[in-house]
Design a protein around this ligand. Structure first.
Ligand code: GTP
Ligand code: MN
Ligand code: MN
Length: 611
């Protein structure tokens, strides 16, 4: 490999009609010094060609086309397997605007810190320019961006996860707002002295930076090839940058699933839900209801953008084009819809390879195959001590392949939301389902959302890891300002606001066993929520919210005793008083900006128990 002359500005400008995009592309190419610049057009030919090149280079393994058509396996570097929250930064002008839940650096400081790393970082490589849309092209809620990356794996993944390519570029006209997203794996093949080195299958750098400049609507990601750090349309744009845009412009960017549930009477309810990572969004999004007559259709499994429509209701889209789901634990018994979705046209990362060229992971089948190649490329048998697939192994696949995808999932301007759910992993205290007393009270439920660290649960409350609105790692500004924004949205929506419910599939009995069967049976909790919205059931007012009459929960055909049911809805005063003390400490840790309305909600819940 020989170092070549830097790409010329003239070459690049020929390729886009937007001089603002071109100017940035030229600037990045001058700094990172790639061998060549390629604009991704988003075509199937391009996808197939790049995939074939990567197979040739040993970056991807082509799976057996008879078992898993048009699908590939990627194996990452063993140290580049997950999001890196400690290396994730919000670079707002004021530290105050990043808040206590984010790492902060002044923008100028961060840019100075990144400059020497970015200089020459793409030497010897191809720099891809990937225009993309988050949301249906031309939709009212949709936003646009351009990702520059030196990873062809990222180009393929972006083609599955976003509406990427030339079509998206049409929507970025001079003067339009679009997000600059720069990604480099930080592994140049030629150094400043012109010496070359061989490429590796998964290039990355020990030094990693996932940086966000909310005021400039810009992302710079250095050193990682892993999904959450490298597919910049997802967490970086659609949550961190978008949450800041949404605050400024009066909409909402949320870590939520989006479904439509149709009742046996034929009434359709649109439901969004914020659950922390690994708490079952993908499972609920693809639920096959276990109660006859109910139907669930999928619109999204991870991110939802919502904006008030002309009729005053809150309209939601899934800004993504695909699913980036956790593979381990996904099996024919737990999530058959996901299994059907990934039959073909899928990129798998860090799963195990079967001897006949298919994929496997823990939880896919009850019994492991007798021999596998594990996620690091080593031989594996069921006697091996290490898991065959990395616990955070993922599948990347277009949402359109999901058998339960809703016909409305690409509705240009979204669908109006009826119900918002908040759900954590709670062994204690939190009932299966209950309704908030008001929007403000719903915001209190969101702000205090959390999960118990399963191993550390002692006493009535256990150790609560707070994950407010499931957005702890993803809010691109001060958490208390984000809470204030939710309160403000409620004021704007007034009586057109969705109804807010808390759910908990994870409550346990004294022996540590789940009290609720979960998964497809969760429709029973949703059925009560829809009945509460219709006013066909009367809830019971308690200090924590509006609970069901236990008799109104359909448990027909379930193996659950009256005592278990009572435990599932128990509101223990001692447990809650301890929890409310912790909530007070938690609000203090977020600081003075916590809205007075949330302190007032806390006071009211306390007062309810004091009666
Ligand atoms: P991210 O994609 O990382 O944001 O997470 P997610 O919210 O999509 O989580 P996912 O659906 O991948 O979470 C799966 C985990 O939750 C697995 O361990 C499931 O077994 C578990 N889970 C999902 N639904 C239920 C349920 O109803 N009951 C129980 N007990 N476990 C569930
Ligand atoms: Mn997620
Ligand atoms: Mn998920």
């Amino acid at each position: 490999m020989t170092p070549s002359a830097p790409v010329s500005a003239a070459d690049i400008e020929q390729l886009s009609a937007n001089p603002e995009v071109n100017e940035w592309v030229v600037k990045v190419a001058e700094v990172t010094q790639p061998d060549r610049v390629v604009w991704a057009d988003g075509s199937q030919e391009e996808y197939d060609r790049i995939a074939a090149e990567l197979v040739e280079q040993g970056v991807l393994i082509k799976l057996n086309p008879e078992l898993r058509p048009n699908s590939y396996l990627a194996r990452s570097d063993a140290a580049d397997v997950a999001r890196v929250e400690s290396r994730t930064f919000i670079c707002s002008e004021l530290e105050e605007d990043a808040g206590p839940t984010n790492n902060w650096r002044a923008p100028a400081t961060m840019r100075e810190e990144l400059q020497p790393l970015l200089e020459g970082s793409m030497r010897g490589r191809t720099m891809y320019v990937v225009p993309f849309a988050m949301g249906p092209l031309g939709g009212k809620i949709t936003q646009y961006g351009v990702e520059i990356t030196d990873s062809a794996y990222v180009v393929l993944s972006m083609a599955l996860m976003t509406r990427s390519g030339s079509a998206a570029l049409e929507y970025m006209q001079p003067g339009d707002e679009w997000v600059k997203a720069l990604h480099t794996v930080g592994y140049p093949l030629v150094n400043a002295e012109g010496e070359t080195r061989e490429d590796v299958a998964w290039p990355c750098n020990d030094t990693k930076y996932i940086t966000h400049f909310p005021e400039d609507r810009e992302i710079i990601s250095y050193g990682s090839g892993y999904g959450g750090n490298a597919l910049l349309g997802k967490k970086c744009f659609a949550l961190r940058i978008a949450s800041a845009m949404a605050r400024d412009e009066g909409w909402m960017a949320e870590h939520m699933l989006l479904i439509q549930a149709t009742s046996p009477e034929g009434k359709k309810y649109t439901i969004s839900g914020a659950f922390p990572s690994a708490t079952g969004k993908t499972n609920l999004a693809m639920m096959r209801p276990k109660v006859d007559g109910w139907k669930v259709e999928t619109l999204g499994d991870d991110i939802v953008w919502m904006r008030p429509g002309d009729d005053g209701r809150l309209y939601a889209i899934n800004p993504e084009y695909g699913f980036f789901g956790v593979a381990p634990g996904t099996g024919w018994s737990t999530n058959p819809v996901a299994m059907e979705t990934i039959r073909e046209n899928t990129i798998f990362t860090n799963v195990a390879l079967t001897d006949d060229g298919d994929v496997w992971w823990e939880g896919m089948t009850d019994e492991a195959p007798a021999h596998l190649t594990d996620w690091q490329g080593n031989g594996w048998t069921p006697e091996s001590d290490l898991p065959a697939a990395h616990p955070n192994a993922r599948f990347t696949v277009r949402a359109g392949q999901c058998p339960t995808i809703s016909p409305d999932w690409e509705a240009a301007d979204g669908v109006p939301v009826d119900i918002i759910l908040f759900g954590g992993r709670r062994r204690t205290n939190v009932p299966l389902v209950y309704r908030s007393k008001s929007w403000e009270h719903g915001c209190f439920l969101g702000a205090t959302l959390g999960s118990e660290q399963t191993a550390a649960a002692e006493g009535p409350v256990g150790v609560l890891r707070r994950d407010p609105f499931a957005m702890q790692p993803f809010t691109g500004y001060h958490m208390a300002d984000y809470w204030a924004h939710w309160l403000e949205m409620g004021e704007k929506l007034g009586d057109k606001a969705p109804a807010i419910f808390q759910v908990n599939w994870f409550r346990r009995d004294a022996d540590g066993r789940f009290l609720w069967p979960g998964f497809g049976e969760n429709i029973r909790a949703l059925a009560w929520a829809t009945a509460a919205v219709e006013g066909t059931v009367d809830p019971v007012e308690t200090p924590i919210g509006l609970l069901p009459n236990v008799a109104d929960i359909n448990v027909e055909g379930l193996d659950i005793t009256d005592e278990q049911l009572a435990q599932l809805f128990d509101v223990p005063a001692d447990g809650w008083e301890a929890e409310l003390d912790k909530t007070e400490e938690y609000f203090e840790s977020i600081g003075e900006k916590v809205p007075a309305a949330l302190h007032e909600q806390l006071r009211q819940v306390r007062a309810g128990f004091a009666k």
